[in-house]
Design a binder for this molecule. Structure first.
Ligand code: FES
Ligand SMILES: [Fe+2]
Length: 410
């Protein structure tokens, strides 16, 4: 597929303005997005806690694809396209389960957990089972997070892309973490609207009272959506507070550092660490923890980590729990938004309502404002509008997005 429509419209995009409406509602552009952006990225499908035992599987749906994520051994998680090699039926139809074989319900072809075709009745003599195994999807596991990549050729190098995140993921103990709660917020909006909303905090004060209550206002302006998301003078004003917190956190063992990938990067990663509201130990209604310390922590450091693996997968970690955000494009104006709350693997006494208070409300609000944004853009009177200085990362995202259509490495 060529990149014609997107590239042509990109030429008319005005820097500092929101995108032309076609980027948010045109099926042809969505198809190009799937081909040139979504299918070339390493995207988190879920956490290993979903497939702890052999034969455990879950389905990850992205665009028109359904991917079977299955544990086939102690150390092996496989990912297969959920497409029978006989006549193409879905094989697994339940969203998750445990199986000893993957058996298609249509004519009962059955496959091993390694994808090999094991049984197919009454086939001609020249039929070779070994040539009819399931189509594999690229898969890697990094500190508990299962990444898939739909690329048909060699995908962008995984270790080179994410290797520098390991010390942070290790400190937070994600490999051994367990799932405390999951919630889905399917959003009737184009995936770029969902991402754009998540990478700006211009809307935090008007739209998110709970979220805003857990953070210093000056931090939300300076760093609400990343190190380069706010006005330069607000960043300068807040830096001394941030530096003082970094020194305290480092003394308690937290690995320091930030990452702020530019628009030329393959995954537009972001790593930001900062303090939460003064006197708060956790992102909860009253600041009291909802669980025990995660990972290698020795004490509460009043900080939080915001980590983007890509525009499709984000992680927010306070000291006692973390939230995984998955933004998965499904159709032109439909995006799956799935949140997973993670706690330390050894935690037993954790409080789910306390833990979900902030992000559950915030994500419901985000769903509403993003869907309203989509409906407004469908109007014939919509025209690209000017961004504030608090929406700089939206501009970076758009520059990155347009850049994907000329990439050769991924
Ligand atoms: S389509 Fe799966 S067995 Fe026929
Ligand atoms: Fe929001």
């Amino acid at each position: 597929m060529d990149t014609g429509k997107t590239s042509m419209l990109a030429l008319n995009a005005r820097k500092g303005y929101s995108l032309d409406r076609n980027f948010y509602c045109d099926d042809g552009i969505f198809a190009e997005d799937m081909e040139h952006v979504v299918s070339r990225k390493w995207i988190v499908a879920g956490h290993v806690d979903r497939v702890r035992r052999k034969g455990d599987y879950f389905l990850f749906k992205i665009g028109d694809e359904s991917i079977i994520i299955v544990r086939s051994g102690e150390a092996t998680i496989n990912a297969f396209y959920n497409v029978c090699r006989h006549r193409g039926s879905l094989i697994c139809t339940q969203p998750s389960g445990r199986v000893s074989r993957l058996t298609c319900g249509y004519h009962a072809w059955s496959y091993g957990l390694d994808g090999e075709l094991l049984a197919a009745r009454l086939m001609p003599a020249d039929f070779a089972k070994k040539d009819n195994g399931l189509h594999r999807c690229h898969v890697r596991v990094l500190h508990g997070f299962i990444f898939i990549n739909l690329c048909e050729r060699d995908p962008v190098d995984f270790d080179a892309t994410f290797g520098d995140l390991e010390r942070h993921l290790d400190f937070h103990g994600f490999a051994g973490a367990k799932i405390a709660h999951t919630q889905s917020y399917p959003t009737d909006a184009n995936w770029k609207l969902v991402v754009e909303n998540f990478v700006e905090c211009y809307h935090c004060t008007p739209s998110h009272p709970e979220f805003s209550s857990m953070h210093p206002p000056e931090a939300l302006i300076a760093f609400g959506a990343g190190t380069s998301s706010g006005p330069a003078d607000a960043v300068q004003d807040y830096l001394p507070t941030l530096r003082a917190w970094e020194r305290r956190a480092a003394a308690l063992g937290r690995p320091s550092g930030t990452i702020d990938d530019g628009p030329d990067s393959s995954h537009l990663r972001l790593l930001l660490q900062r303090t939460i509201r003064e006197g708060y130990d956790s992102e909860t209604e009253d600041g009291r923890p909802a669980s025990t310390l995660m990972g290698k922590r020795r004490a509460f450091d009043q900080g939080r980590m915001y980590l983007s693996f890509s525009p499709f997968t984000h992680l927010v970690a306070t000291n006692d729990f973390a939230v995984l955000f998955q933004f998965t494009p499904r159709r032109t104006m439909r995006t799956d938004v799935d949140l997973t709350w993670l706690v330390d693997g050894a935690a037993s006494d954790y409080d789910v309502p306390r833990m979900t208070w902030g992000w559950d409300r915030t994500t419901k609000q985000d769903k509403e404002i993003t869907e309203n944004n989509q409906v407004g853009i469908l109007s014939k009177r919509y025209r690209p509008g000017r961004y504030s200085e608090h929406e700089r990362r939206v501009e970076t995202f758009q520059e990155w997005y347009f850049g994907q259509f000329g990439r050769s490495d991924s």
